[in-house]
Design a protein around this ligand. Structure first.
Ligand code: 5AD
Ligand code: SF4
Length: 455
């Protein structure tokens, strides 16, 4: 028996559970980590109780997300005690791992390994070291390409994950918005190469994936070179991916207004495969606060941008992110946000209370807003956004739309599909996962639609 086969047999006994917190990029990273560990012979545990190795892939964006890690680690400390002699390895990955490093082990000695997002390709090797009883912290910013060193998933794994897949094309951020930890946890903006992205997309589509969402912290800042060394923008990449036979839908997220260039706007008009949905955060409607946030554009710039996008693709559903209670935000500033939301009209949007993050300029600014005020503003903003979402969903009732069947629904004979504007559509059908159907919308729920198949 070769040494490798023996190692695989040994690893076969070890089951891994990865818990993912936060954004879609973490979901993607968790998948890539599990792909690399499967290739080494580890098995994926169905639930946390049966795992021998538990990885917590964390989010650092707001304080609440970080607090969750420590309460989960408290539970894992008890779990390890209850295991007695049976070994349990506990690791922390993701953005808290990057930001806090060995501080996590000081606060929670139950943790055996800490790995930052740029080091996931070292995971199999690190796990072997940890199993010898050594604690490891690896959070360097490496120049080597982690994605090139991570194996692609197997066909059956892709199929199990569904017909819609994420593909990270860009990572990191150089924009340094004064509220945000991302530039510190994910590093500078890096774009993956065209060849790598195409290869990965082909692998996904070959296994049956119909819809790909390109991911990046500043996805519309992605750039690369084609075979003739010509500079490519995200729109060129989208057109290239659309040529792959079998792909039905493309999406991308998250975009920054400053990177929303003419060719990308034109792609929303000229590339039918590109879904009419755009997540384009502005955070606040006040120019004063936009400046304090270092967003590098004004509210009017954003309004003009939206006008151009809507002109290119009138059917587009807009989404955004908002922060209320950034330091110095007055009632008048907040009214500007409400006014902007009112005028732009969002199909869906995320809104948050400002959470001061250690190490970011915003945390040290004077005029921090009290929690009560933040709460009041958040409530008012969410009521307005909720009304807009309802109105958007209602506007689809009576329309015939294309949906992509994704999974079985909760009720017998029911399937859940996805509309072009991202919200789910429930309907009765025997059509299998991956089918595109024309559906007439009969009812709008809070976050979804109810449809009927039209022959
Ligand atoms: N406090 C509150 N919300 C934040 N976000 C990022 N940093 C913070 C913070 N410190 C929000 C922004 C961003 C989204 C991903 O999270 O709205 O667009
Ligand atoms: Fe954070 Fe701003 Fe970069 Fe988005 S653009 S990741 S909010 S620093």
């Amino acid at each position: 028996m070769s040494i490798e086969t023996r190692a695989q047999q040994k690893n076969n006994l070890r089951k891994i559970f990865i818990k993912t917190y936060g954004c879609q990029m973490n979901v993607y990273d968790s998948q890539r980590m599990s792909d690399s560990l499967s290739a080494e012979g580890y098995m994926m545990a169905e639930n946390i109780e049966e795992a021998d190795i538990i990885l917590l892939n964390t989010c650092h964006i707001r304080e609440k997300a970080a607090e969750k890690l420590y309460s989960d680690l408290g539970r894992l400390r008890i779990m390890r005690k209850e295991r007695g002699q049976i070994p349990l390895t506990i690791g922390v990955t993701g953005c808290i791992a990057q930001a806090e490093g060995e501080e996590i082990i000081r606060r929670a000695p139950v943790v055996d390994l800490i790995i930052g997002p740029q080091n996931y390709h070292h995971l199999p090797h690190i796990l072997k070291e940890v199993e010898k009883g050594i604690k490891i912290v690896k959070t360097d910013y490496v120049m080597e390409d982690k994605f090139a060193n991570l194996p692609l998933p197997k066909k059956e794994t892709i199929r199990r994950r569904g017909v819609s897949a994420f593909l990270t094309v860009q990572e990191g951020c150089d924009k340094f918005c004064t509220f945000c930890v991302v530039p510190y946890t994910r590093g500078v903006e890096v774009s993956r190469s065209v060849e790598q992205i195409v290869l990965e997309a082909e692998n996904l589509i070959d296994a049956g994936v119909s819809e790909i969402t390109l991911l990046g912290q500043n996805v519309n800042g992605w750039h690369g070179k084609d075979v003739n060394a010509h500079e490519w923008r995200l729109s060129d990449l989208l057109f290239r991916l659309a040529e792959i036979k079998g792909l039905k839908r493309l999406r991308y997220t998250t975009s920054h207004p400053r990177n929303m260039n003419d060719t990308l706007i034109a792609a929303h008009r000229d590339l039918p495969m590109l879904m009419p949905y755009l997540h384009l955060p502005i955070q606040t409607g006040s120019d004063r606060i936009l400046k304090a946030m270092n967003r590098q554009h004004t509210a009017v710039d954003y309004r003009h941008l939206i006008e151009r996008i809507r002109k290119a693709q009138p059917d587009i559903a807009l989404s955004g992110d908002f922060i209320v209670g950034f330091p110095g935000e007055t009632d008048a500033d907040f009214e500007e946000t409400l006014k902007l939301v009112h005028d732009v009209f969002y199909a869906s949007a995320y809104s948050f209370k400002y959470s001061p993050r250690p190490g970011t300029p915003g945390a040290d600014m004077a005029n921090q807003i009290d929690e009560q005020k933040k709460e009041e503003r958040l409530q008012r903003l969410q009521i307005l956004l909720g009304k807009q979402q309802k109105q958007f969903l209602q506007s689809k009732v009576g329309k015939v739309i294309d949906i992509l069947i994704e999974k079985p629904g909760r009720h017998k004979g029911q399937m859940i599909g996805r509309s072009p504007w991202l919200m789910p559509v429930a309907l009765k059908t025997t059509a299998p996962v991956g089918t595109m159907l024309n559906v007439i919308i009969e009812e709008a729920k809070r976050n979804s639609l109810i449809g009927r198949f039209q022959e």
